[in-house]
Design a protein around this ligand. Structure first.
Ligand SMILES: [Zn+2]
Length: 284
């Protein structure tokens, strides 16, 4: 069932758990997530990283939104569509017009006042258009740069309270020792900071940089207010490995038309990973 992301976040709140938002760059990844959601009866979110459309050209926006809606309409479990990190008013309004009813405005690289004013403008217009907005405060940096150790980038509870109140965001991405990409060493989430942020704001909290955080930390973080959890790096790596295996297994194949078996072959290797993540982490 195609479901609005705010409703999936509410379901997660009721069960004190989180929905996983998987970065999906194409049909195979989206279908793997939606089939896994149905198989495990776990609400999920299909998420587009905008650059995959604008720079890598893996999809177009309206086609992607329609694809997710059609796939989700074919299953019983709730599946939502979300657009990840975006940085400008114009591109977000464009995406909403093309079918994304849940978007992210990331102004976290700016100072607090600028972040608030940019996010507030996006929220006002998105709400008029029937979309919800995820904001970010503190800054979720790069794992390769070891940003997860930089406490100066962590979300501060008082700033989070002001940011949510003044910008009107519907959900909030937090920086509590998480970072994007592959961690150099096992990360340690600052769960005390998470509790303080949770106490300071009313909106659902979002954890980015999910690949490589140990499950026991994630489970505790979900019980303390994380309602949406983003997975990208690990999922893309699974895709790459499956693709490499397909090429290896078909190295001596005399019939190049066998490429038509590629989507099913890849999904057979992605879907079990998604199911495993859902079963290990989600409590719907
Ligand atoms: Zn992110």
């Amino acid at each position: 069932m195609y479901e609005r992301v705010e409703n999936i976040l509410k379901m997660a709140e009721e069960k004190n758990t989180a929905a996983i938002a998987f970065i999906c760059m194409d049909f195979i990844m989206a279908r793997s997530v939606i089939c896994a959601a149905e198989e495990t009866n776990t609400p999920a979110i299909v998420m587009l990283y905008p650059e995959h459309a604008s720079l890598q050209h893996t999809c177009n926006l309206s086609g992607y939104a329609a694809m997710v809606e059609e796939l989700a309409s074919g299953v019983k479990v709730p599946v939502g569509l979300h657009r990840d990190h975006d940085y400008t008013y114009d591109s977000i309004v464009d995406a909403v017009g093309k079918g994304f009813r849940s978007v992210m405005m990331d102004g976290s690289m700016h100072d607090l006042d600028t972040n608030i004013s940019m996010t507030k403008a996006v929220v006002r217009r998105a709400h008029e258009l029937g979309a919800i907005v995820e904001g970010e405060i503190g800054h979720v940096g790069s794992a390769a740069e070891a940003d997860n150790y930089r406490e100066d980038l962590f979300t501060k509870p008082d700033a989070a309270e002001r940011f949510c109140r003044e910008s009107g965001v519907d959900s909030l991405a937090v920086s509590i020792g998480n970072a994007h990409g592959e961690y150099k060493e096992t990360p340690h989430l600052n769960l005390k900071r998470l509790e303080e942020i949770k106490a300071a704001v009313k909106v659902p909290l979002v954890l980015h940089g999910g690949s490589g955080i140990p499950d026991d930390q994630l489970t505790v973080a979900f019980s303390k207010g994380i309602r949406k959890f983003n997975l990208g790096t690990e999922f893309l790596r699974k895709y790459y490995d499956a693709m490499q295996r397909f090429m290896d297994e078909n190295a001596d194949n005399p019939d190049p038309v066998k490429i038509i078996n590629y989507p099913e072959y890849i999904q057979a290797r992605l879907q079990p990973y998604v199911e495993e993540r859902m079963k290990a982490l989600c409590r719907f």
